[in-house]
Design a protein around this ligand. Structure first.
Ligand code: ADP
Ligand code: 5GP
Length: 189
């Protein structure tokens, strides 16, 4: 059966860190679904690797074409979307698809894929820790940080809609737990 694994979490919980780790240690079985976004690349991000960075007009054209499985204005004025073509590309390579999407997108993808999907909610140990991690990462200016924190508080309410929760406290422990979840899910018929 073709499978997908969805990682969602409030911004700053450690999703990107965990997803990158899983791709490094399970890359033969898992492929990353590269989303499209209208956000500008951060330093070190490459078009076609982390995201497809699109102008808003091009993104909207893709919506009209029906290219997205789901899409959302995750932050004010910034669009993100999962492309159908990513899922078919990775399945054709014989890989399970790994998604890093926001919490609402994750619920939508789970609804779409049903039993083909494992949805994992990654949670920070507390909102204070989340704030600390976001500040340390310092990729956002102050007003964007506030928006991300407000959204994080909203997103924490969606935990029960996920198949499983992992509290990201000690990172090595989180890695181990996520590897075990992936292995367990992929080994099921
Ligand atoms: P997200 O993709 O969910 O927004 P990131 O993976 O970018 O989150 O993580 C946010 C910040 O927190 C990064 O600087 C990352 O290195 C750090 N981080 C992630 N997990 C942990 C952890 N378990 N302990 C301490 N710092 C962490
Ligand atoms: P960032 O700007 O930090 O890379 O991502 C912001 C948020 O958008 C994260 O929560 C990330 O998971 C989410 N995101 C990335 N791609 C998609 C997507 O295709 N769909 C949805 N719904 N969210 C996405």
């Amino acid at each position: 059966m073709n499978k997908v694994i969805i990682f969602s979490a409030p911004s700053g919980s450690g999703k990107t860190t965990v997803v990158k780790h899983l791709l490094a240690v399970r890359g033969e079985k898992l492929g990353f679904s590269i989303s499209a976004t209208t956000r500008k690349p951060r330093e070190g991000e490459v078009h076609g690797r982390e995201y497809y960075f699109l102008e808003e007009a091009d993104f909207r054209e893709k919506i009209r074409e029906g290219a997205f499985l789901e899409h959302e204005e995750v932050y004010q004025g910034i669009l993100y979307g999962t492309l159908h073509s990513e899922v078919s590309r990775l399945w054709s390579e014989g890989k399970a698809v790994l998604f890093d999407v926001d919490v609402v997108g994750g619920v939508n993808l789970k609804q779409h894929f049903g039993d083909q999907a494992l949805s994992v909610f990654l949670r920070p140990p507390s909102v204070d820790v989340l704030m600390e991690r976001l500040r340390k990462r310092s990729t956002e200016v102050e007003h964007q940080m506030r928006e991300r924190l407000e959204k994080a508080t909203f997103e924490l309410q969606f935990e029960s809609r996920y198949d499983v929760t992992v509290v990201n406290d000690d990172l090595q422990e989180t890695f181990r737990r996520c590897e075990a979840l992936v292995d367990g899910f992929l080994s099921k018929p």
